[in-house]
Design a binder for this molecule. Structure first.
Ligand code: SF4
Length: 252
């Protein structure tokens, strides 16, 4: 139960099919989630009538990067493993029976390419992906169904984010999402920019969260440089068709 709409959709689906008596909603807290994601988790778990079990490593993504002397990026993000997979796996090993437990993950049809890696990562636990099965629902459909239940989805979606995790500063996000964060949460962007610069100084390397390809050569693109180009009007955001918004989605 990451707090994303896919994980809620999966939880709802499983609850409808199997009931909630043996259901656990497991949330790995990265300590940097948007405040409205925590609000949604409270509303969603109350709706399902299942208590949320929270596990945490105790570090933030950037603390992991400093500890590992490696800046997470779109290709490799050690924060996922340290802050989510390991704490969840430890909880499973301590509290569940391997032969009698199914781990449900909220990956949807559009993200199906991630499934083999997730199955491999969770082995030997049995993993299922209810939202990747038919009928195939896009995120907008999941958000609509969520509203029909009387729940207000996480505000990140209404603000234009494709994913609700790590408050818009996920290191796996692409350039477009970083520009969105620069527009809607400039203070979060500024903090990520500061931490990226600290990593470069501490590691003594030309590293960055983003990369760009120049004349066929891949090279780091820092958040400072991306911001400079954006503010100088050299690059623009691609405006996407807004999601079907409910005004209440942005009220929080
Ligand atoms: S959502 Fe992004 S930044 Fe957060 S833990 Fe996962 S990969 Fe790291």
């Amino acid at each position: 139960m990451s707090g994303g709409i896919g994980s809620f959709g999966a939880a709802k689906h499983v609850a409808d099919q199997h009931g909630t008596d043996n259901m656990v909603l497991l949330f790995a807290d990265t300590l940097v989630e948007d405040e409205d994601l925590y609000r949604f988790l409270g509303d969603a778990t109350a709706h399902l009538g299942v208590e949320l079990v929270t596990v945490r490593d105790g570090r933030t993504p950037f603390q992991v990067f400093f500890d590992e002397h490696f800046l997470g990026n779109s290709r490799l993000a050690p924060c996922t493993k340290r802050l989510k997979q390991i704490p969840c796996r430890k909880w499973l090993e301590a509290n569940c029976d391997l032969g009698d437990t199914v781990v449900y993950v909220g990956i949807d049809h559009a993200e199906q390419r991630r499934i083999p890696g997730v199955v491999k990562g969770w082995a030997p636990w049995r993993v299922e992906f209810p939202m990747a099965d038919e009928p195939h629902w896009a995120k907008d459909r999941m958000l609509d169904e969520c509203r029909k239940l009387g729940l207000v989805p996480q505000r990140q979606y209404a603000l234009g984010y494709a994913h609700a995790n790590c408050s818009g500063v996920c290191v796996r996000a692409g350039r477009e999402q970083w520009l969105l964060t620069l527009e809607v949460f400039p203070e979060r962007y500024a903090e990520a920019e500061r931490q990226e610069q600290r990593s470069r100084e501490k590691f003594g390397k030309d590293v960055a969260i983003l990369t760009e390809t120049v004349r066929g050569e891949k090279r780091p693109l820092t958040l400072a440089e991306l911001r400079r180009r954006y503010q100088a009007g050299q690059i623009k955001r691609r405006r996407r068709k807004p999601r079907q918004l409910a005004l209440s989605d942005v009220a929080a």
